[in-house]
Design a protein around this ligand. Sequence first.
Ligand code: HAM
Length: 412
Amino acid sequence: MQPVKGMPDIFGVELLLMNEATSAIKEIAELNVYSEVILPVVEYSEVFHRTLGDSSDIVNKETYTFNDRNNQSLTLRPEFTASVCRAVFSNKWQQQLPLRLFTIGSLFRYERPQKGRYRQFHQASFEFFGVSSVQADIEIILMATNILQKLQLSAITQLEINSIGGKESRGKYTKALKEYYSKYEEELSEDSKLRLLKNPLRILDSKDKQDIAINKGAPTLIEFLSSEELEHYNEFKNHLNQLNIEYIENPRLVRGLDYYNDIVFEITTQELGSQSAVVAGGRYDSLSQVMGKEQIPAVGFAIGIERLVELMKVVNYPIASAKTVYALPIGEKAEGSLPKIMNELRQMGVRCLFDYKNNVSKNMKKASNLGCEYVMFIGEDELKQNIYKLKNLASGEEKSLTINEIASILQE
Ligand code: HAM
């Protein structure tokens, strides 16, 4: 019995760090008054197939799509943005703009698994609907950088930005790219040969070594932006400068999904090999129209939780845990009284556990292996007097104390 390839069980340190990451994310969401939504894991396939782009890798070869028993085509969600946008209209939230939403959960992509890349993985996704000015882009970027700062990851990550303009500029750019890549058609990877036919912009995202070399000489999008788009991009950079947010301009950052326009960004790291993006996002003003609804300007980002966890390991992020006491009963009577004493401690907020097996030295070892800070001895005399011996495992110090005194030490 094995888990499905690329869909690992999550437990131990990884899970503890994941919980730390999630609570930092929720804290930042709370401070920015973003409302949490929990959305279904499956959607009608067109929610994604119509919106992410025919030429995107996700739609082309990564979705888990199947027919249900009623012959409806359903897709396990490969990302959140299209689902959140769908939910806005399903729930008529477009009447309450501006709208700030976030969601956390698992996503599914049929990718080649490797470190930092899974077939089931987790994201937190933040989406801001209803504001087209550059301040909204800044709000989104600040939230992403604040999360990384809170998790002590600022020093090993960097913000990369670009503007991909609107449809018209991208159309001109695509034409120029087509001309450029046609000269190298024979040398391109098999995937990129197809991309050249469908959407040459996607070649810029290629991870193939030969493609990367060819990409170095490709024209850049910035040369094709209109003066308005350039002005928007400059205004955005001015804000970043004023806020002292460091960034790198990456003219080849185009993102792998079709719904973006104007400002796009990624926060990358050099600690995760080829899976360098931890955060990714940008503006997607026409996604709602592609869904057949009215146009709502929008901007957002997603943060990959597994990649965050890998980085938290790199910086030895401290896992918060309450002090724990391990109770050791000595004799049958003491064992019988354990549930009552443990319950009293827990009601005072003390984390405690015990074992029924009566071998004191083995249990002492177990307590220390479990990371407990204290051992509490419960013998018949202690029971009569209601005073227990508490041993600090690190210092070896022992004290005889009442339950209340033990509780206040453990809570310090
Ligand atoms: P994305 O670039 O496809 O964007 O994914 C965002 C982040 O999810 C990546 O930077 C990475 O950290 C993580 N991620 C993606 N694929 C995997 C995988 N197979 N295994 C582990 N982690 C992964 C989006 O999904 C957009 N919806 C982001 C967005 C939100 N744009 C606007 N709002």
